[in-house]
Design a binder for this molecule. Structure first.
Ligand SMILES: Cc1cc2nc3c(=O)[nH]c(=O)nc-3n(C[C@H](O)[C@H](O)[C@H](O)COP(=O)(O)OP(=O)(O)OC[C@H]3O[C@@H](n4cnc5c(N)ncnc54)[C@H](O)[C@@H]3O)c2cc1C
Length: 475
């Protein structure tokens, strides 16, 4: 491996009080103050391990903070910040293998690669996720059934861990699928090689199909065998009403559409409102009547153009629409955006999803955004994906509704257990240790602890979520 180790681990430094920073989970429901350290070299990582050991202060690994809860937060910890560890290093024009440092965001990667016709094989709904965050959560996209998870497109990754030092890990390594999807608990991922996807056009053909019932929705998912991407938006106020959307890549040669200038949409939305100011306008609608009204409008607009032959959209505009409304989550302030996302086996989803919405409607805490995707099982150890569906529900937490929302989340969690669900930790801020045990199973948790005892025998790396769920600590 081409990394040199010249750190003298005996010269530990105690954290500098001037480095204290406040970090939030993406949805503003969790916050922590920690000692930030910018990583600019491998030595910085190794020194941080030494300092953590000497000072008794834990380390938390922080990507770009796009996880909704506390998975990259830990009060009082040394927080290793990836912002400056962010270069795309190379792209092989023959094979499409791209090597990047782990702080590179999906946006940095597509901007580097798309002009040459290479696209990321799997992306999240935001391009602001870092490579480290994508690997640690083993993210999925709207093409999960077709293409699997992010980790399935990795040739190798490099990791620095307190217990084993520097290593290059390939998919045939027995710990690969514990590190990928390992939530930054085993070590600091330094860089990775991604097998990119070759494209000749930067557009996708997107078609909407409005639904009136859940049965219609599941039939659309199940009978769609030739799309590249599949997702549904559902109305949280009117159970069963929603819009199933599929998209297909274009095989024609369209070099102009690979340019960044074609990909990035206008910075204005309807009524010429600047998108970076939209969260102020959205705030007026971030309440039950406002969201009920907007959801109804969205559905009616789709009814006017059912299966309309499709519209061409740039890949970036299709995959990351929310990124072009910067800081949209601030519309939920002074409250918070709490997301609940679970994966549910295929046969259980048709009963579980309407039951979730009934519970939310009974509590008068309807989710303002509901997204459904279809999945295949994922090889990572603590994955929430299975042969089935996932649902993500966005709730508005306010000071007044917080106790009721907690009760609702508990009810949804219990319903999820009853349907054999697993929880996506990128979105979690409230689960309990017994939920994690029921969700992932004791065997997977024990295997994870075994890996932790080898990679991080002194439990130097942690996060509030892992402490709360008691998953990783060595006995
Ligand atoms: C609008 C939006 C849409 C989203 N859509 C999707 C989606 O479609 N599919 C999906 O799967 N997810 C989705 N997500 C979730 C998001 O992709 C994940 O939470 C992702 O992990 C965030 O990465 P990050 O770079 O922001 O890192 P953070 O959120 O800061 O951290 C994520 C994890 O990475 C770990 N980590 C950080 N640095 C390192 C390192 N150097 N080495 C090892 N581990 C490290 C952290 O400890 C933490 O466990 C979405 C999030 C948002 C806000």
């Amino acid at each position: 491996m081409d990394i040199s180790l010249d750190t003298d681990l005996s010269k530990a430094e105690i954290p500098d009080p001037a480095s204290v920073q406040t970090d939030w989970g993406f949805g503003y429901s969790c916050v922590a103050e920690s000692y930030h350290r910018s990583v600019t070299s491998v030595d910085d990582v190794l020194r941080a391990f030494a300092d953590a050991k000497a000072s008794g202060r834990p380390i938390v690994l922080r990507g770009n903070g796009r996880s909704y809860g506390d998975v990259s937060l830990q009060p009082e910890a040394i927080s290793l910040d990836l912002t400056r560890w962010n270069a795309v290093e190379s792209l092989d024009p023959e094979t499409g293998v791209l090597v990047a440092r782990s702080g590179a965001r999906l946006e940095d990667i597509w901007r580097f690669a798309l002009p040459d016709g290479w696209w990321l094989p799997v992306v999240s709904g935001t391009m602001l996720t870092t490579l480290a965050g994508a690997l640690s959560a083993n993210i999925h996209g709207k093409n999960n059934v077709q293409s699997g998870t992010f980790g399935e497109h990795i040739d190798w990754l490099e990791i620095a861990s307190p217990g084993r030092g520097l290593e290059r890990i390939t998919p045939d390594h027995p710990d690969f699928w514990t590190i990928v999807g390992g939530w930054g608990q085993l070590g600091f991922i330094l860089r990775a090689a991604i097998r990119m996807k070759k494209l000749t056009s930067g557009s996708v053909l997107v078609t909407d199909y409005p639904t009136e019932t859940w049965d219609q929705l599941f039939a659309l998912f199940e009978n769609d065998h030739d799309s590249d991407y599949q997702v549904a938006w559902m109305d949280g106020f009117r159970s069963g009403k929603g819009i199933y959307t599929n998209a297909k890549t274009i095989s024609a040669d369209e070099p102009a559409s690979l340019r960044t200038s074609y990909q990035v949409p206008s910075d204005r939305m309807a009524l010429r409102i600047r998108k970076d100011q939209a969260h102020k306008f959205l705030r007026w609608f971030t309440n039950r009547p406002g969201m009920k009204f907007l959801s109804g409008l969205k559905w009616l607009a789709a009814v006017k153009r059912p299966g309309d032959g499709g519209r061409m959209l740039p890949l970036v505009a299709y995959h990351f629409p929310l990124d072009f409304v910067p800081e949209w989550q601030r519309a939920y302030r002074p409250g918070a955006l709490v997301q609940f996302q679970v994966g549910i086996p295929r046969e259980a989803a048709p009963a579980a999803f309407p039951a979730f919405l009934r519970a939310a409607q009974r509590a008068k805490l309807e989710p303002y955004l509901v997204v459904v995707k279809v999945h295949r099982p994922d090889p990572s150890l603590l994955s929430y994906l299975c042969d089935g569906y996932s649902i993500a529900l966005d709730f508005h937490q306010t000071r007044r509704n917080q106790p009721r929302l907690r009760e609702l989340l508990r009810e949804l969690t219990d319903l999820s257990h009853a349907h054999g669900a697993k929880f996506y930790m990128a979105k979690d801020s409230f689960l309990l240790p017994e939920d994690a045990r029921k969700s992932f199973g004791s065997e997977a948790i024990n295997q994870f602890r075994w890996a932790k005892s080898r990679f991080d025998p002194d439990n130097l790396i942690t996060s509030s979520l892992f402490r709360r769920l008691e998953i990783a600590d060595n006995p």
